[in-house]
Design a protein around this ligand. Structure first.
Ligand SMILES: [Zn+2]
Ligand SMILES: [Zn+2]
Length: 124
C-alpha cells in the first residue's frame, strides 16, 4: 500500500494590496521605526489632536478608540528634516538640535516668521 502525498494547501490570506510599511528615520540619531500615521489626528486615537504634524506608531498591544500610541517625531520647522523627539526641541514649533543651536539667539524672530507662515498655511 502506497501513501498518497497529501495535498499541500498553502493558506494564502487574500491580501490584494499588501500595505507598504512606512518608516520614520531620524536625520540626527538614525532612529529607524515603522510608523502608522503622519498628521495631526491619528485615526486610532480619536481623542488626540497634535499641534504639529507628527509621526505616530500605534501601540500594537492596545486596541479601540483610546489606543495607546508612540510619538516618534516630526519635521524640524527650519530645515524640514525628520527628527525624533530625543533629537529635537519643541518650542511652539519643532527644531532639531543643530537648528536650535544656530538660531537660538535669533529664535524669537525666526519663530514669529515660522508661526506666521504656519498660520497662513492653516488659513488657506
Ligand atoms: Zn533622533
Ligand atoms: Zn533643523
Amino acid at each position: 500500500m502506497r501513501m498518497e502525498p497529501s495535498a499541500v494547501s498553502i493558506t494564502n490570506p487574500t491580501n490584494p494590496q499588501p500595505q507598504l510599511k512606512k518608516y520614520f528615520d531620524c536625520s540626527s540619531c538614525g532612529l529607524h521605526e515603522e510608523y502608522h500615521y503622519f498628521g495631526l489626528k491619528p485615526p486610532f486615537c480619536r481623542l488626540i489632536i497634535f499641534t504639529e504634524k507628527s509621526y505616530v506608531m500605534r501601540d500594537p498591544f492596545s486596541k479601540g478608540e483610546s489606543a495607546n500610541f508612540l510619538l516618534l517625531g516630526s519635521h524640524c520647522a527650519l530645515c524640514e528634516k525628520m527628527v525624533c523627539q530625543e533629537c529635537s526641541i519643541f518650542y511652539s514649533v519643532r527644531f532639531c538640535h543643530p537648528c536650535y543651536q544656530i538660531h537660538s539667539n535669533a529664535l524669537p524672530e525666526e519663530l514669529r516668521q515660522i508661526m506666521k507662515k504656519q498660520q497662513k498655511e492653516k488659513s488657506e
